[in-house]
Design a protein around this ligand. Structure first.
Ligand SMILES: [Zn+2]
Length: 315
């Protein structure tokens, strides 16, 4: 009995051990395989504005009514294409682009590569950062401009040149780049590269710290700059995106302290008066309001709301 039992262990036991070993090897291979897949996967988010695009200096290039707008959609698209190509060359496996200027329908979609996705149209809760989430590895800003309190920069403004005089997060005056970096930071995504005029690149890289910058023009004023030629700008953007994606582990997400104190100063009186009817809003002076967001998502939605809401909204 004992012997037979031992004999049984000898053959059945060995095959059981072999099976276990095989199972273990499979498990290890599976683990290594998925780890490798995770290492290889890299998602890049590109937010594209237009004021900072090569050669753009005034409304003539920036809105559908402008005589040069159709041509500058082309330059904007090519700048974004340069960034996309460089990101893929440097190891990105997935790219999402958000068209984030004016009506958010500027990029010429038939001229973008087929292996990306594109966010279009306003309004949207995360504004210029719609579509970003925690699965992304890095964010890139193309065609950006400086903020509304900056003394320098082509078309320096924050979200609305006509309506807003200042947008502050936790008492720091924000450019769109900085505000958007904070939205990316909510998802722990760092800003790795920015292009635009010299004022925009300086301002954004100062706030987010260490991002690669591509200066494609040098501002002389709100409506004037010395500019590179388009082909040179695409080359520079390509180089800087490659450099940034190549050292993507170096960058840290920009994360303001929570809750976020948002202060908005309007150019007119009435928005602050009417918004102060809401108990979540404090009117801090004749032109200004304060709102506390529990995070950047809530803060972004509030910002988009005050920029968009109008009782005549239709449909
Ligand atoms: Zn814009």
């Amino acid at each position: 009995m004992t012997f037979r039992h031992r004999a049984g262990l000898g053959s059945d036991g060995r095959s059981a051990i072999m099976k276990m070993r095989f199972g273990l090897v499979c498990l290890i291979l599976l683990f290594l395989g998925s780890a490798e897949a995770q290492v290889r996967k890299m998602k890049i988010y590109i937010s594209a504005d237009m004021e900072g695009v090569v050669g753009a200096v005034s409304g003539d290039q920036l809105s559908p009514a402008g005589f040069e707008y159709q041509r500058f959609r082309e330059f904007m698209t090519q700048e974004v294409n340069a960034a996309i190509e460089a990101a893929f060359e440097a190891g990105a496996t997935e790219v999402t682009v958000s068209d984030s200027h004016g009506n958010a329908q500027n990029l010429l979609i038939e001229k973008l590569p087929k292996n990306i996705s594109l966010v279009r149209g306003f309004p949207r809760p995360l504004m210029m950062m719609q579509g970003i989430d925690e699965t992304f590895d890095g964010a890139i800003f193309i065609g950006y401009h400086s903020g509304t309190t900056n003394l320098n920069g082509v078309r320096a403004h924050t979200f609305s040149s006509a309506r807003l005089a200042d947008v502050r997060l936790n008492n720091v005056s924000m450019s769109e780049g900085a505000f958007n970096a904070a939205i990316a930071g909510h998802f722990n995504v760092p800003v790795i590269m920015v292009s635009g005029d010299d004022a925009a690149v300086k301002e954004i890289t100062t706030v987010v710290g260490g991002a690669e910058g591509a200066v494609v023009k040098w501002n002389y004023g709100f409506h004037s700059a010395k500019t590179m030629m388009p082909e040179a700008a695409y080359t520079l953007i390509r180089e800087k995106v490659k450099a940034a994606v190549g050292r993507i582990k170096d960058f840290k997400a920009y994360r303001p302290k929570l809750p976020v104190q948002l202060d908005v100063r309007f150019k007119s009186y009435r928005p602050s008066e009417i918004l102060s009817y809401l108990s979540i809003v404090e009117r801090t002076d004749s032109h200004s309001i304060r709102f506390f967001g529990k995070d950047m998502i809530e803060t972004s939605k509030f910002m988009e709301f005050i920029l968009t809401y109008d009782p005549n909204l239709d449909p």
